[in-house]
Write a new protein. Structure first.
Length: 157
C-alpha cells in the first residue's frame, strides 16, 4: 500500500463527506452515517489518500455481485452471501489532490485487496461521464441506468 494510503478512521468521515461534496452533484451525496455503515461491513475497503495528514481522496469498496448495482443511501447494509466481485462504490478526489496520482494509487490498492480476498472481477457505477477514466483500468460498460436520478453506466472488469 502506498504511504499516502491508509484505512480511513471513523473520525475522518466528516472529511470524507467534505471531499464527496467537492466531487459529486448533490443528488449523489451520502451522509457520514452511510460511509460509517460501509466501513462496518467491510473495514478494509474504506481507503483514504492523505497528504500532509489530511484526507484528500477516498475509495470505498466491498464484495458484491458483478451484475448488480449496490444501492446508495443504505443504512443497514449487508454483503451478499456469495460475492463474485469487488464493487467500487465510491471514488472521490478533492480538487487540491487531482493530478497527483491519488486515483491510480487508490484503484491499484483496490485491485490488490480484491486479489487478497479471492475476487477476480470488479463492478462499479460510473457517473459524471467517467466511463473513459474507468476504461483505462480495463472496465467495460455493462448497461446504462439512472442512479439516484443521475445518468450512469454500470461497468465491469
Amino acid at each position: 500500500m502506498s504511504t499516502n494510503i491508509k484505512k480511513i478512521p471513523a473520525d475522518d468521515l466528516d472529511r470524507v463527506v467534505a471531499v464527496q461534496q467537492l466531487s459529486y452533484p448533490q443528488e449523489l451525496w451520502e451522509e457520514a452515517a452511510i460511509f460509517h455503515e460501509k466501513q462496518r461491513v467491510f473495514p478494509e475497503g474504506a481507503l483514504g489518500w492523505y497528504e500532509d495528514g489530511i484526507l484528500q481522496a477516498y475509495l470505498f469498496v466491498h464484495p458484491w455481485r458483478k451484475n448488480e448495482t449496490a444501492p446508495l443511501f443504505t443504512e443497514n447494509m449487508s454483503l451478499p452471501e456469495k460475492p463474485d466481485c469487488l464493487y467500487i462504490h465510491d471514488l472521490a478526489i478533492a480538487p487540491a489532490a487531482r493530478g497527483k496520482g491519488a486515483a491510480r494509487e487508490l484503484v491499484n490498492t483496490a485491485f490488490a485487496l480484491a486479489e487478497q480476498n479471492g475476487l477476480a472481477h470488479f463492478s462499479l457505477v460510473a457517473v459524471q461521464n467517467s466511463e473513459s477514466f474507468w476504461s483505462k483500468f480495463g472496465f467495460t460498460p455493462y448497461k446504462s441506468l439512472t442512479y439516484s436520478g443521475v445518468p450512469a453506466t454500470h461497468m465491469v472488469k
